[in-house]
Unconditional design. Sequence first.
Length: 77
Amino acid sequence: KQKREDQSVEQAVANAEMDIPEAMISFQSRQMVDDFARRIMQQGMTMEQYFQFTGLSEEKMMEEFKPEAEKRIRTRL
């Protein structure tokens, strides 16, 4: 039942026509990066080490998180 409800919400979100301000998306993306950083630090690695290992930058990570950030915002609205 929960899976069906989740699918219904996802479908409604996908069909919703709304413009989300870039500031909201950036803020959510920043929160996602911060959450990721906390998880990395719990594993004994710094974000600097992670970025060196992956070749990513904080800005690139935020850009990669934006689609998911927008999806999360749409789901909450």
